[in-house]
Every structure is written in C-alpha cells, then in structure tokens.
Design a protein around this ligand. Structure first.
Ligand SMILES: NC(=O)c1ccc[n+]([C@@H]2O[C@H](COP(=O)([O-])OP(=O)(O)OC[C@H]3O[C@@H](n4cnc5c(N)ncnc54)[C@H](OP(=O)(O)O)[C@@H]3O)[C@@H](O)[C@H]2O)c1
Length: 209
C-alpha cells in the first residue's frame, strides 16, 4: 500500500514513518524541511519538500496514494495550521479520489473533553492550550464534514517512550481509568493499525495507557 504522511518530521510523524517502512509500506513523506529525516534511509521511502498550506503542492503529493496519515502540529500558540492544512489535505483527497485518512488530533477535543482530569480540563487547557485546542476543534470539523473514510485519533499527553503495543483505545468519554499519557510510538502504532481495520472509520477513538 502506498502511504502519504504529513508531519513526518515531527515527533509522532517520525515514528509513523519508521514503523510504516518496517511494515513494508511504500511511503511518501511530505516535509517542509527534508533534512530533518535524512537519517532515515529506505528503498521504499520517497521524501518530497512541501508546505501543507500550499494546496497545489498537497494535491500533487496526494495523487497516486492509497491512504493518507497526518500528524501535523504547530505548538500551543495561536494558529490555524492544523485546520487549514487539513482542509488542503481533505480537498485534495476528495478531488483525486483517495479515500482513507487517519488524522491525529487530541484527547479533550469534542466529546472527549469529559476524559480530561480536573486540573487539565479547568487549568491547563483553558490557560495554556486554548489556541491548540481551538485549532484541533476546527481541524476535526473539516475531517468530519468530508466524504472520506476518516478516522480521527485522539491521544492525551504525548511522551517519547517506546512502542509497547499495550494501550487502550476506543474507551468511553466517561472512562476515568485512563492514565492520560501515551508514547508517540504507540500513537503511530495505532494509526498504522487503522489501515487494515475498518472498526473506527467515521469515529474518533481516544488512545491512552
Ligand atoms: N504534545 C502533546 O502532548 C500532544 C497531545 C495530544 C495531541 N497533540 C497533537 O498531536 C499532533 C502531533 O504532535 P507532535 O508532538 O508529534 O507534533 P510536532 O513534533 O510538533 O510535529 C508537527 C509536524 O507538523 C509539521 N508541520 C507544521 N507546519 C507545517 C507546514 N506548514 N507544512 C508542512 N508540515 C508542517 C512539522 O514540520 P516541521 O518539522 O517542519 O516543523 C512537523 O513535522 C499535534 O497536532 C499536537 O497538537 C499533542
């Protein structure tokens, strides 16, 4: 299967890229700065330089792909990068006819707000993460309103720990047993598993230890 990855130079994106290559996918990594992944060499890897805010370039990258994964991000400041970039990805996929999209968002967005612990919900998110969360809300709306076979993946706090494969997913919005963190490697593991599993098509599963 031919995959296109947006956000490939980021924390989760690098993990996604490495795991996809290990699993035998043919991968196109879309990167603003390809030098950040020049240490990853593989016969099945093509790296193209581009900005996700450039619709024409996004469209040319989507052509010929079978699935798209996105881990784009822009820190905690005021931004519309996630929403605007995702709009370009969705528009290109709908125009060209590539249907499967797996998109990373965040636990706490939409109905998963209920999953957040008290301090995160009432202090961290409103004070420090309000812009990022507003952008994720708009990003999720773009994906939900699309005609694609989409899955929105919602992790809580990301760590740089190893891939364990031992995490929970698809828990209810009232679940209080989740640990509120997960490694980027395990988020990547879950995102890749969605390519061979339709369980969460048109759904927004949380993933967490
Ligand atoms: N940090 C957390 O605890 C946490 C928790 C839940 C959800 N999230 C969300 O998860 C997502 C991924 O997180 P992460 O920590 O893996 O992200 P990250 O390390 O910040 O990586 C973001 C990626 O997006 C790319 N990007 C940004 N602007 C771009 C543009 N204009 N054109 C092309 N690529 C662009 C970056 O490219 P460059 O390398 O060129 O900058 C990078 O590859 C984010 O949306 C974040 O909000 C984070």
């Amino acid at each position: 299967m031919k995959l296109l990855i947006f956000g490939s130079t980021g924390g989760t994106g690098r993990e996604l890229l490495k795991q996809a290559l290990e699993q035998g996918y043919r991968v196109t990594a879309y990167a603003r700065n390809p030098a950040k992944i020049e240490d990853i060499k593989h016969a099945s890897l093509q790296v193209i330089r581009g900005d996700v805010l450039d619709p024409a370039f996004v469209e040319s990258a989507v052509a010929g792909q079978e699935a798209v994964l996105s881990t784009i991000g822009a820190g905690a400041g005021r931004t519309s990068l996630r929403a605007d970039g995702t709009r370009n990805i969705v528009d290109a996929m709908e125009k060209i006819g590539v249907r499967r999209l797996v998109c990373q968002s965040s636990l706490g967005v939409g109905d998963s707000h209920a999953n957040l612990p008290f301090f995160t919900k009432y202090v961290i998110v409103p004070v420090f993460l309000r812009h990022a969360f507003a952008d994720h809300e708009r990003q999720e709306a773009v994906v939900r309103q699309s005609s694609l076979d989409w899955t929105i993946v919602r992790p809580p706090h990301l760590t740089n720990g190893p891939r364990t494969g031992a995490y929970r997913h698809g828990f209810s919005t009232t679940d209080t047993q989740i640990k509120g963190k997960i490694s980027r490697a395990d988020v990547a593991d879950f995102m890749l598993k969605q390519l061979g599993d339709g369980t969460y098509v048109h759904q927004t599963p949380g993933v967490s230890y």
